[in-house]
Design a protein around this ligand. Structure first.
Ligand code: CP
Ligand code: NVA
Length: 309
């Protein structure tokens, strides 16, 4: 039997087997190549997605609303000031009510257990659209972008330079599942969570491996792909001054990328700030950040079309 994902939640890439990630990447490529066919056939006609956003978003919101429209379904934007959640109603009651009305929920939250609670009570598929721990939709777009530009994932050498949080965790898991070799360079104190490092160590193979270190030059050495993210994640604004001091030496700039492979690719999930990457790199010839942003649309379309029943 082929891959069957209807009714599934995606809270982290840990929820997906390598062959399911492969299936979603191939679906995303099909959507990208045959968008008009999907628009005509409306596979999600009559389906509704409830989108809870506790934080701001450009790419995640626009890609998801666009994908639902192009697949023939409807997306409801439920921002923090629009629904009772968080002010006047519990998370579990909100989940039960949405679960009786919509076909699936997509949620951008602070604490990861919020999406777990939604999935537990809603009894419909829940997609994590960014939590403090994971950003699975971003991870799918990132590996699609890498595969499109390098023609493969297996044995690709990725360097993460920056904060070891949600997007980093997601690429660490993707590296183990899809056979990439990742080096994570973070300041001491901003390393990935222990349970993610333990997962990577336990599940490493001859190709899928993750090494965590605190030296950006060692992390970027010979990398085929260089990735960073904001140093100040949403909700951490009060820590800005302290974090900027701690992240000194971790800016992706010309001096640092001299250590990467000659034809390296540069990725960033965006939004971007100058402290983590200089203009010449993000707007330079190695950068694929806008392909990566566009791929958020194709990958979320693949996810929605695969899991909504
Ligand atoms: N990369 C990303 O998730 O962007 P948004 O915050 O704009 O959705
Ligand atoms: N690490 C960032 C990712 C934004 C898409 C944040 O959590 O704000």
């Amino acid at each position: 039997m082929g891959i069957q994902m209807k009714g599934r939640s995606i809270l982290t890439l840990l929820d997906l087997k390598p062959e399911e990630i492969r299936f979603l990447l191939d679906k995303a490529k099909d959507f990208k190549q045959n968008r008009d066919r999907y628009i005509q056939s409306e596979p999600l006609k009559g389906k509704t997605l409830g989108m809870i956003f506790q934080k701001r978003s450009t790419r995640t919101r626009v890609s998801t609303e666009t994908a639902m429209a192009e697949l023939g379904g409807h997306a409801l934007f439920l921002g923090k000031d629009d629904i009772q959640l968080g002010v006047n109603e519990s998370l579990s009651d909100t989940a039960i009510v949405l679960g009786r009305m919509v076909s699936a929920i997509l949620a951008r939250v602070f604490a990861h257990d919020t999406v777990e609670t939604l999935a537990k009570h809603a009894k419909i598929p829940v997609i994590n659209a960014l939590s403090d721990q994971f950003h699975p939709l971003q991870g799918l777009a990132d590996i699609l972008t890498i595969e499109e530009h390098l023609g493969k994932l297996k044995d690709v050498r990725i360097a993460w330079i920056g904060d070891g949080n949600n997007v980093c965790h997601t690429l660490m898991i993707a590296s183990i599942k899809m056979g990439m070799k990742m080096k994570v360079g973070t300041p001491i104190g901003y390393m990935p969570d222990k349970h993610i490092i333990d997962y990577c160590n336990t599940n490493a193979s001859s190709s899928g491996q993750v090494l965590v270190m605190n030296d950006p030059i060692a992390a970027i050495e010979n990398a085929d792909v260089v990735v960073t993210d904001t140093f100040i994640s949403m909700g951490q604004e009060a820590e800005k001054n302290e974090k900027l001091k701690e992240f000194k030496g971790f800016q992706v700039n010309q001096e640092l990328v001299e250590h990467a492979a000659k034809n390296y690719l540069f990725l960033h999930c965006l939004p971007r700030h100058k402290e983590e990457v200089t203009d010449d790199i993000i707007y330079g010839t190695h950068s694929v950040v806008f392909d990566e942003a566009e791929n958020r649309l194709h990958t979320v379309a693949a996810v929605l079309n695969s899991i909504i029943q």
